[in-house]
Design a protein around this ligand. Structure first.
Ligand code: 4AD
Ligand code: MG
Length: 466
């Protein structure tokens, strides 16, 4: 039978006789007359302190088994704690061991272990204070996302994971097939000797979605304001602190929104979910401020309290060019700005988040609306300290002839995208949207510096364990 969680027990604050708690032993220490164990069940950062006294029973046989990592149920009395640090403690009367744990072999030791090591035991690292706190914050952040959109009139939609549309046109889709790739000889071929995807499960070549945007546009042009929140995949071999092959993306899409409205929404959204986590996870956030990123609370204040700078790409280039000596990639008008430039603007120059917009069409996605200057598009990126790009979005090209011309110019197979063009054929409206990388948002709110440590089981180049 389920019991109240330790979080619930501690929150109620009420002493009670005949209470019970289950969880894993964090530590145990023995003094002459008493033994103390710290019990944690993952419901909150705080442990339940359990006190074993000879007055309440003979624990001599069971105490040696109460080692770090062992799983137990303790029955006893919840009483006000004389010790510092907790209001209540449990006076144990009965102990049941569920599963023992060999302290020599258990990889999660009390002493500080490195993030690199913990990635090799990702199935056990949620038992550490830091990763449990990260996962609870992740859940709260997801909750804050849904409540923001729900409170602002958006409809939550689900877009497909298998898709034939490369939404970014960047050729980073993972292929997906039902063919048995371990038996190459058995895969159907065309006369030209190429794989015959018309005989694959979907009757065509498909992949894992890089973004729900295109389907999201179809839904926004029916429902008005929608958002997706789901996994997206990129087969880019980027081995960096901020790239994953699998990451979650939040993608709102709004009919009748222009670029300025899109920027306003992105700023308000980021501020709101940041505040949500600060309000709902004070104790877990304190852990990160104390042990992971000492400047965390100041950094988050910087996000929630400042108006994000609006900066045109052309003006960004003017600011960056004189600084070229410090950059690996030299800036001139037309280059796609890299993380070193983004971080310079945000961390050194403006010292607050920046929304950069109107970038050259050559470095922009095909669907971004062309400006009247014919050279730049109505795209925007939200850049934040430590991470660089957190959000990418745009006003969408809603003129059929312009969009089609651009797709042809990029040698896209226009026939495959007729459904997307239909959205411009039938009742086209100005519309805009953006994508926020959920893992990058997690890095921002926790101060964790590597994207491998904000998912339970990250997927990055060379690593798909568990
Ligand atoms: O800038 P991106 O590529 O934009 C899109 O996919 C648009 N279709 C979104 C839209 O307008 N609906 O990706 C959006 C965000 C980035 O700003 C970044 O935060 C995150 O997704 N992102 C990644 N996060 C982790 N690992 C990767 N490999 C990422 N690539 C993008
Ligand atoms: Mg982008």
């Amino acid at each position: 039978m389920p019991l109240p969680t330790i979080k619930e027990l501690l929150k109620s604050g009420a002493p009670s006789k005949g209470a019970a708690a289950r969880g894993w032993i964090k530590t145990r220490r023995d003094s002459k007359a008493l033994s103390f164990a710290e019990l944690n069940d993952g419901s909150c950062r705080e442990n339940l302190q359990v006190v074993f006294s000879a007055e309440n029973g003979d624990f001599s046989a069971v105490l040696p088994q109460l080692v770090t990592g062992a799983s137990v149920e303790i029955k006893g009395d919840l009483v006000p704690s004389p010790g510092a640090g907790q209001k209540l403690e449990m006076q144990a009367r009965e102990v049941k061991i569920y599963g023992g744990c060999d302290p020599e072999a258990y990889p999660i030791q009390k002493k500080k272990t490195s993030d690199e090591f913990l990635r090799t035991v990702a199935h056990l690292r949620p038992r550490t204070n830091k990763y449990a706190a990260m996962l609870r914050i992740r859940a709260e952040l997801a909750y804050a996302v849904h409540s923001y959109f729900r409170n602002n009139g958006f409809t939550y939609v689900h877009t497909p994971i298998f898709t034939a549309s490369d939404a970014e046109g960047a050729g980073q889709m993972f292929a997906a097939t039902a063919f048995d790739l371990t038996r190459l000889a058995g895969i159907p071929k065309t006369e030209a000797g190429e794989i015959d995807f018309s005989r694959d499960l979907f009757g065509k070549k498909v992949g894992l979605t890089v973004s729900g945007q295109m389907e999201g546009e179809a839904l926004a042009l029916a429902l008005g304001k929608i958002y997706t929140f789901g996994p997206t995949f990129r087969a880019e071999n980027s081995n960096t602190y901020r790239h994953c092959a699998e990451f979650w993306q939040i993608e709102p899409e709004m009919a009748f929104y222009e670029l300025e409205d899109d920027m306003e929404l992105a700023e308000d959204f980021i501020k709101s979910i940041t505040k949500g986590v600060l309000e709902n996870c004070p104790s877990d956030m304190e852990l990160f401020a104390k042990f992971v990123e000492p400047a965390l609370m100041d950094n988050l204040k910087n996000i929630t309290e400042n108006k994000f700078e609006r900066l045109q790409y052309t003006d960004a280039v003017k600011l960056l060019e004189p600084e070229n000596a410090r950059f690996d990639l030299k800036v001139k008008w037309g280059v796609d700005l890299a993380s070193e430039h983004e971080r310079f603007l945000v961390e050194n120059y403006f010292k607050k988040p920046v929304i950069m917009y109107n970038k050259p069409k050559e470095v922009a996605s095909f669907y971004m609306k062309l400006n009247d200057d014919g050279r730049t598009v109505r795209g925007m990126d939200v850049l934040v300290p430590r991470i660089g790009e957190l959000v990418g979005g745009s006003e969408r090209e809603n003129r059929l002839d312009v969009l089609e011309g651009r797709m042809r110019g990029l040698k896209m197979k226009v026939d495959d995208y007729q459904w997307f063009l239909d959205l411009r054929r039938y009742g086209s409206v100005p519309h805009s949207g953006f994508g926020l990388g959920f893992e990058r948002m997690m890095m921002l709110v926790t101060g964790i510096s590597n994207i491998r440590d904000v998912s339970a089981f990250p997927r990055v180049p060379g690593y798909a364990e568990f």
